[in-house]
Design a protein around this ligand. Structure first.
Ligand SMILES: *Cc1c(COP(=O)(O)O)cnc(C)c1O
Length: 396
């Protein structure tokens, strides 16, 4: 459209956040029923949600927890890391991924990401493995699966555990198999911005019965019996403390949401995929953005985020932060997932990381922006977002 014929953009009255959970009336009723039942904490609804997760993921063992952060931390504690033990992960992730390695007594070792997918570059993994390496923690960024076959082959060769940070990846598939259905250990997040939510919450899937038993203990005070088994009619009030444990159990009040969110997940992902298709088509020839590319291996992307790169300096005069501010002025929310984790003060100071260490993560870190994406977004709302973006650049 030639300049001058563009209809002026008019901001909406209300702010559109970049993410918005979809909570059904049935889920609301379930939360109310839970509160009215007199049993709010871990109990029958958690059991039911865990059974549903096992079925959805085809995972023999599933443990719900208070958050993915708690789950990742507890899994690393169960591996009994010794000082100096190394865990390999990515700088292009939420800080929790690195924080839990440090908190569990390990040393994070980073491998740069691919510029096209933001996922850990599996081809660079072998060079990062040392005699102190204990585990690899890949992150399925935005719900795009990491190339797991070569990653697991390498882990097997070196006797390493694999803990998949699957915070973005419930519903993701790799080569026809769902994340959680195979491999070593996966940790999912049900934070309100993620693809399904329990308020706060998370879940661990695994096949190792010994680690699973250890996690059961660590999740709840190191007690050999959970409260539901003690205070129910057939319960026994006595318990033993087998090890000092944490307090990472999900509540029934949270699971009440989960048991209605999970059956809606595939529909949510289908709508997210549709909206991303519209974004990709609309932005394909905009010089202002660099879009991600799909890997060649078969996969289902869960599209937790749609996060292109603002083509700073080359395609637009706007910086990423300038673009985010311009969108906010137009009552449109955006998100920043993520700045490269190695450049946070704690990580620079403690591990000596500096700009230039992971060039692809830094390139992404300076440009990435999460555009509004949630299942309840209408086509008209989506067109409004695109118009707002066009307007933001036209007035830069
Ligand atoms: C959200 C997130 C986490 C933490 O999840 P919580 O459930 O909020 O603790 C961990 N890793 C990644 C990559 C995340 O996006």
């Amino acid at each position: 459209m030639p300049a001058g014929t563009v209809r002026p953009f008019k901001a909406a009255e209300t702010f559109m956040p970049f993410a918005r959970p979809s909570i059904s009336p049935e889920a609301l009723a379930e939360v109310a029923a839970c509160l009215q039942s007199g049993w709010i904490t871990t109990g029958p609804r958690v059991k039911k949600f865990e059974e549903m997760l096992k079925a959805y993921l085809s995972a023999p063992q599933v443990l719900t927890v208070t958050s993915a952060t708690a789950g990742l931390f507890m899994v690393l504690k169960a591996l009994n890391l010794q000082p100096g033990d190394e865990v390999i992960t990515t700088p292009m992730t939420f800080a929790a991924t690195l924080n839990v390695i440090v908190l569990a007594g390990g040393k994070p070792v980073l491998v740069d990401v691919e510029r096209d997918t933001y996922n850990l570059d599996v081809r660079q993994l072998a060079a990062a493995i040392t005699p102190r390496t204990r585990a690899i923690m890949p992150v399925h960024f935005a719900g795009l699966p990491v190339d797991l076959d070569p990653l697991y082959a390498l882990a097997q060769k070196h006797g390493l555990r694999v803990i998949e940070d699957a915070a973005h990846a419930i519903g993701t598939e790799y080569r026809g198999r769902r994340i959680g259905a195979f491999g070593d250990i996966q940790v999912f997040s049900f934070h309100p911005n993620k693809n399904i939510t329990t308020g706060e919450g998370g879940a661990i899937s695994l096949r190792d019965e010994k680690i699973s038993a250890e996690l059961q203990l660590l999740r709840f005070h190191g007690m050999d019996r959970e409260a539901w088994a003690r205070f129910g009619k057939t319960g026994n009030q006595h318990y033993e403390i087998i090890t000092p444990g944490y307090k990472f159990n999900m509540m029934d009040m949270q699971a009440a949401l989960g048991i209605h969110q999970l059956p809606a997940l595939d529909g949510f992902i289908a709508r997210r995929t549709e909206l991303v298709g519209r974004y990709r088509a609309a932005l394909a020839d905009w010089p202002e953005f660099i879009l991600t590319k799909d890997p060649a291996y078969p996969h289902r992307h869960a599209w937790h985020l749609f996060a292109p790169l603002v083509n700073v300096g080359a395609g637009t005069r706007l910086s990423r932060d300038g673009f985010m501010a311009a969108m906010k002025e137009r009552n449109l929310g955006t998100g920043l997932h993520y700045r490269a984790a190695h450049l946070y003060p704690y990580y620079r100071d403690t591990f000596g990381w500096k700009p230039g260490d992971f060039p692809n993560a830094e390139f992404i870190s300076e440009r990435i922006v999460s555009l509004p994406l949630f299942p309840s977004m209408t086509d008209a709302e989506h067109e409004h977002v695109i118009a707002g973006m066009r307007d933001a650049f036209d007035h830069a």
